[in-house]
Design a protein around this ligand. Structure first.
Ligand code: GUN
Length: 289
């Protein structure tokens, strides 16, 4: 058996069309949805991510701007820039591109963007909804978890009552994703780099989601072929100059479905960000009326 490939493209095209219409609707009411990415220093991976965000943002008709600050930017200057962006009514969504420089590491980065403009969904005022049990994907939720759940739903993969093993406990992916899936009635195991007997656990998964950040970490031995496991690969790693997921290519022979890298979760993350931008702009317009 060869796994079904869960390509993001058909869903991304569908969401893009919806976003174009929402963007036109906002423009007809005098609001051009606008996002600003704040980048400090010159991280090559960040520059690539930002290029993707800009492309999709402009494709749906929204406005994109980059505030590129020098690596030596002080805490005070950084906070002043954010304060200005937070109070600029022409900007509806703000992202602080991670990782930030060492100089800024002590700041409480997730809580520096105003909650209403927090299109990364990192502010505690927004993540609280997840902790409280929300299943509403139209809120400002972290983009990768939101994108993964939309991808599962698009391919008709029900999570209710399923055993889902999430590998990786980051604040951006693993933790919020595990909680959202639990809100959607999945039985979730949140495993990580210190988990003992990991493969014993992953072999009991109906759905295995890897966000561990190690190329080809998930081997065929991590799956039980009788379980027809769905594998979602969140990894974006570099291996011999190529973008590579967490999942070994041989897993395609054992899984029932698998999200590819590139072309799976990555594009879902970017489109979720633009969905968050549209929500933020709509909410801000409603707030004005
Ligand atoms: N760097 C890598 N992924 C992300 C993300 O989702 N948001 C931000 N702000 N920076 C990132």
């Amino acid at each position: 058996m060869t796994a079904k490939i869960l390509l993001a493209q058909p869903l991304v095209d569908k969401i893009k069309n919806e976003l174009r219409l929402r963007c036109e609707g906002l423009k007809s009411q005098g609001t051009t949805p606008s996002m600003c990415v704040v980048l400090v220093g010159e991280n090559p991976a960040s520059l690539t991510y930002i290029k993707n965000k800009k492309k999709i943002c402009e494709e749906v008709g929204a406005h994109f701007q980059l505030l590129h600050l020098p690596a030596e930017t002080s805490e005070q200057d950084f906070l002043e820039h954010l304060s200005r962006l937070n109070s600029d009514s022409k900007i509806h969504g703000i992202i602080i591109q991670l990782p930030v420089t060492d100089k800024l590491k002590k700041l409480d980065i997730p809580n520096l963007v105003a909650p209403s403009k927090d299109i990364d969904g990192f502010h505690t005022a927004n993540t609280k909804a997840i902790y409280y049990g929300t299943t509403d994907l139209n809120l400002l939720l972290p983009c990768t978890p939101k994108g993964v759940i939309h991808l599962l739903q698009f391919y008709g993969i029900d999570v209710k009552g399923k055993h889902i093993v999430v590998l990786g406990r980051s604040l951006i992916v693993g933790k919020p994703l595990a909680m959202l899936l639990s809100n959607l009635d999945a039985t979730v195991t949140l495993a990580h780099s210190k988990t003992k007997n990991l493969e014993e656990i992953t072999r009991t998964a109906d759905i295995l989601i890897s966000a561990i950040g190690i190329p080809h970490f998930i081997k065929t031995s991590a799956l039980n072929s009788a379980k027809h496991t769905v594998v979602i690969d969140v990894g974006i790693n570099s291996l011999n100059g190529k973008v590579t997921g967490d999942v070994d290519p041989d897993v395609i022979e054992v899984a029932s479905a698998i999200s590819p890298v590139p072309g799976g979760v990555g594009p879902m993350t970017v489109i979720s960000l633009i969905q968050n931008l549209m929500c933020a702009a709509e909410n801000q317009l409603k707030g004005k009326k």
